[in-house]
Design a protein around this ligand. Structure first.
Ligand code: GLC
Length: 446
């Protein structure tokens, strides 16, 4: 957990690849890999990142990781963000979501009722690249229909006005649970009187009794009790509507067209088209039209004055002008102009905002939200660095991509495969032995 010292010789550091492989072995649950001891279930985008790392040592196991996500797919096409462990001790987690209230949820297992950034098609292609041709074809065939149904669901349910951008209904859908634009929205639209009263009377520490994370990790590194309460309350409201999107949108709490989610969707659309081509299949026309619309609509989230992209409030259509790491995700999408990409890179290289000692912080140093150790409000995460590195390479910012890649690997080598890291001193934070940090470090080493 020490600050990275460039003078240290590589020989004094552990063989990071071995350390990372060991983490993945330790968290292996047979048909999936859990993110860490702190997180005992299967998560959608975690498994995608894990498979992207695992493909280098065991592509078949990596394919199994992804295929297992399909077991949780709902009859309407949604791939849920969590598939719960059936172990008795986790009944409270399953009860919070109660997926069985929806007629679309699978019978045999309990899941959450929302999705997560759709990295699956990307993971399928990347894993496929490492498989023998015959296995690849079989894997792509197995994944094709579920992927088409998932992307169709994203457009049918989450783009009701066919504007191209999909909306998200819970911060967990974005994967950055307490990222500032969402916290802003929660405070504005989703603070019922009883939550406001708890805050006023300073009773929020009671929430600690129900939290597993703050028993293992210092509370200063996690989301606040108020944020946790508001997140829980959104689940309660979605659950009350049995996850029926019409009912949810009818008396809408708040919905956001998230820049990160939509950028990842664009990339996954590209990869889904590649899978279809490989299999000589034709994607449904309507889906192809929606895919194109998203690429255009993404540009509506650009703000010329700041040279950055922002998420948008679905109801008011106003940009939520809170800068975060999500602003760089259009690089990963790969469909923005070189000119806009170049402006984003200027923002990225700013030492007072994002290019800190251990880049890239989840929130810029200049933001009032910035806190070096607090979850998605400051720390550097390996998955977002990986997405940015991919994006920089796509636009031929090779030197910067190499630099960020080397810095990311050094940070993990020095501190260990933690969940996230301080952008100031590189200290490892959150859960230790974190699977996607391990997996993506392996990928970056390759
Ligand atoms: C946290 C993260 C989310 C991740 C999950 C499991 O909720 O915010 O992105 O998928 O943990 O690791």
């Amino acid at each position: 957990m020490e600050d990275f010292n460039p003078d240290e010789t590589v020989a004094e550091l552990p063989d990071i690849r071995e350390v990372c492989l060991e983490v993945l072995k330790e968290n292996d649950r047979g048909d999936h890999t859990s993110p860490a001891k702190l997180y005992p279930h299967q998560w959608l985008w975690d498994s995608c990142f894990i498979a992207i790392g695992l493909r280098h040592s065991d592509p078949d196991r990596a394919a199994k990781e992804i295929a297992n996500l399909v077991h949780g797919q709902w009859a309407n096409g949604m791939i849920p963000h969590m598939i719960f462990s059936p172990k008795r001790e986790y009944h409270l987690d399953r009860d919070t979501w109660r997926s069985w209230l929806s007629p679309f949820a699978p019978d045999k297992l309990a899941t959450s009722g929302i999705t997560q950034p759709p990295v699956i098609a990307e993971a399928v292609v990347k894993v496929g690249q490492k498989m023998k041709a015959s296995n690849r074809k079989e894997f792509y065939r197995y994944m094709y229909e579920p992927l088409v149904e998932y992307h169709e669901w994203l457009y049918a349910e989450r783009d009701p006005h066919k504007e191209g951008l999909t909306l998200q209904i819970h911060p967990n859908e974005v994967g950055m649970d307490n990222t500032p634009p969402w916290v802003d929205q929660l405070y504005e639209h989703n603070r019922p009187w009883w939550i406001a009263a708890i805050e006023k009377l300073h009773l929020d520490s009671v929430v600690n009794l129900l939290r597993r994370d703050t028993r293992r990790v210092s509370p200063g590194q996690r989301i606040s009790n108020m944020e946790a309460l508001m997140l829980w309350d959104v689940v309660r409201r979605l659950r009350r509507k049995h996850y029926d999107i019409d009912k949810i949108l009818h008396r809408s709490l708040f919905c956001t067209e998230d820049i990160m989610f939509n950028s990842i969707l664009i990339r996954s659309n590209t990869q889904l088209r590649a899978i279809a081509d490989y299999l000589h299949r034709k994607l449904p026309d309507e889906l192809l039209v929606s895919m194109k619309t998203t690429e255009k609509a993404l540009e509506e989230l650009y703000d010329e004055a700041t040279g950055q992209y922002y998420s948008r409030d679905f109801i008011t259509h106003k940009l939520i002008m809170q800068p975060t790491i999500a602003t760089f995700m259009p690089l990963y999408a790969g469909t923005i102009s070189k000119e806009r990409a170049t402006r984003l890179v200027e923002v990225l290289k700013n030492h007072k905002q994002f290019w800190l000692h251990h880049p890239v912080p989840s929130v810029p140093l200049s933001s009032p939200f910035f806190s070096a150790e607090r979850y998605w409000q400051g720390p550097t995460w390996v998955n977002t660095n990986w997405l940015i590195i991919e994006g920089l390479r796509r636009y031929n910012f090779t030197e910067l991509a190499d630099d960020l890649q080397a810095k990311t690997v050094s940070m993990v080598t020095s501190a260990g495969p933690y969940e996230y890291f301080s952008p100031i001193d590189g200290k490892g934070l959150g859960a230790d032995n974190f699977s996607w940090t391990a997996a993506l470090t392996i990928d970056l080493l390759n």
